[in-house]
Design a binder for this molecule. Structure first.
Ligand code: FNR
Length: 189
């Protein structure tokens, strides 16, 4: 069965390094035969989660749309910036909203249950955002996502991509390809 994988970055920024990384991973997945979709969180703006808003008006339309996209894919590839040793508030807020049920018939955590994820990060610093992936991995595991052990953190992200957004270092590109290959292999049966 062809793997259906959703690619996203935990940054909405136009020139986001993590969006570039998620896009490179998306292209590698297409080359490897996956049915891949790239989604830009900038296209799914949501308010900061507030239980009163949820009680009053339910989930934002964009949370429901994004949740449906998650449900339609068996794999998730997430490239997240590191903000002060954790993953971005944008990513947390988005995942919090889509973890909420929007109908009484809905299975709990249906956007995450039985999914497989692979993680990546890049930052201008030397560690490439690696420390932010630790809490992200833990949080996803707690909401029943299986996170593959392979991951990649690319340091000096400002010079890691060429004009076309491709990774300039062949070794990094190969390492990213291996992360993507593991995600495909875990989602293709
Ligand atoms: C950062 N940045 C950062 N980088 C890092 O390697 N470790 C860190 O702990 C932090 N902390 C941090 C906090 C806040 C509030 C900001 C705004 C930034 C820098 C960050 O990696 C850089 O801005 C990236 O370019 C952000 O990712 P995108 O938007 O390029 O994908």
């Amino acid at each position: 069965m062809t793997s259906k994988i959703l690619f996203l970055a935990g940054s909405a920024r136009k020139d986001s390094l993590n969006k570039k990384l998620a896009k490179v991973a998306y292209e590698l997945a297409v080359e490897q035969g996956a049915d891949a979709t790239f989604v830009d969180l900038k296209d799914y703006p949501m308010p900061l989660y507030d239980g009163d808003d949820e009680s009053a008006t339910g989930l934002p339309e964009n949370a429901v749309k994004l949740k449906e996209l998650f449900i339609a894919h068996s794999g998730l590839f997430i490239a997240s910036p590191e903000y002060n040793s954790s993953f971005s508030a944008l990513l947390k807020n988005t995942l919090d909203w889509i973890s909420r049920p929007h109908s009484v018939k809905e299975r709990p955590l249906c956007a995450f249950r039985d999914k497989v994820a692979a993680l990546a990060s890049t930052s201008p610093g030397a560690l490439g955002g690696l420390r932010g992936l630790v809490p992200l991995r833990m949080m996803l595991g707690n909401i029943q996502v299986m996170v593959v052990p392979e991951q990649i953190a690319i340091g000096a992200g400002m010079s890691a991509f060429d004009e076309e957004g491709k990774l300039t270092d062949e070794k990094q590109s190969r390492a990213l390809g291996l992360v993507v290959a593991r995600l495909i292999s875990e989602t293709s049966n």
